[in-house]
Design a protein around this ligand. Sequence first.
Ligand code: G16
Length: 543
Amino acid sequence: MSVITVQTTPIEGQKPGTSGLRKKTRIFMQPHFLENFVQSIIDAIGGVQGKTLVLGGDGRYFNDRAAQVILRMCAAGGAAKMIVGRNALLSTPAASNLIRKRAADGGFIMSASHNPGGENEDFGLKFNGANGGPAPESVTDRIFVRTQDITEYRIFEGQDIDLSRIGTATLGGMEIDIVDPVADYATLMEQLFDFGAIRDLLSSGFTLRFDAMHAVTGPYATEILQNRLGAARDSVVNATPLPDFGGGHPDPNPVWAKDLMDVMMAKDAPDFGAASDGDGDRNMILGRGIYVTPSDSLAVLAANAHHAPGYAAGLSGVARSMPTSRAADLVAKKAGIGSYETPTGWKFFGNLLDAGRVTLCGEESAGTGSDHVREKDGLWAVLLWLNILAARKQSVQQILQDHWSEYGRNYYSRHDYEAVPSDKANALIERLRAMLNDLPGQECAGLTVEAADDFAYHDPIDESVSKHQGIRISFTDGSRIVMRLSGTGTEGATLRVYLERYQPADGRLDMSVDEALLPVIQAAEEIAQIRQHTDRDKPDVTT
Ligand code: G16
């Protein structure tokens, strides 16, 4: 057994997106593709000599093979130790926790998140730093530069490591610590939340359903919700992680988690419903007969987090990604704490969390989290909701209605146009950029444009600037349209259109979302000519 050096040449298309590199699995399986990218990460972080790194993934197709390659390449690079989830499984938040708890130098997370899995679907890989959070742009830029001039990679020749048993192994001089993927994470949750109060709630007849969508949160939810909190045995469904997620998209939204939606909208629905995604960092929250938008969920959690022991001292501030509705800002304003608006991508919250400026963060794309790790965290959001429900002794619907009557309501929806030819999607955005200066003052569908810009983020901690993060168009009545191209798709371009309309506490709080947003949707079409550019007469996915 020895280290071999393999000559290689740069491979096109290895630019990390919103969250690591995501490609069709078959592309990742092409000769040298994974190896080139892993070596580029290793080089971009100054090598792995003597370092301790975490490794795990969401169990999708190719997870097992990629884990062996990453282990062998880290061994070749002289890493001291790898901490690996059993069967190379770790949810993204659990990986973030392990990095922090074990004071590791970083970690590799194998996931394409909510994208479908399988040989013909998607695979992904990202690197998280020593704070447990996704590598910042300065690092992902270095990784990309390296992918363009790489000439060789180093890999240890050896047998596969049996990752199915908890314990230790060695590869060359590198130690491998195979750990229970759930244990440390479950302990952290017990520290943050009042498990006693949640247990009492669940034994009082309160019912719940958690849909793990055949993805990584199955074992986590079974252990925490059923074994530790006493939820009924059949509360967690689709709990076994499958390499193809049962053929679905492990994306917790009303479209892809339709089974759960149907159950929760039925007359005999459980009191609480939730789902998570492929790698366990997203969440969807439902009450009986009601869907909570991720933007509203962030606002409700911010207003009520003090009910949980881990947040009893209050929040230092709240951050949301720019397209997320401004509901959380209203909570922060009333509480007199800081609120921040960052570009899409959890990596942008890292500096704010590390600096203690914010305690809670969230995104419209079903992501919520706090300073307990440096990733969004699906089960954490579920547990915080359960803790609040246990403390307030009200239904999800009552809590939401109380919230709106205190802060007003931000009606919100996102329209996705998927697999649009890239040139057409780029043309739409370019056209909007060219129009920005002329938009203020214009009337569209009865709304008057107040301001329009191409969002640029000035990080208040490291002063880095991230430009071209999405087109923002706001109207004089408080409505808003945001348009940007997704950074996580693997086919063509996905145009995301984010629509928001605010009604103050004494306004109309009981409209349907469709009714409330109608003028905003019309204005978006008038301004951006979406139909013409996408050749579609309606979005592919509405959430
Ligand atoms: C990733 C990022 C999120 C982002 C989401 C959508 O989520 O971690 O911060 O909001 O992608 O990004 P986009 O709109 O560019 O597709 P995940 O759950 O896929 O890792």
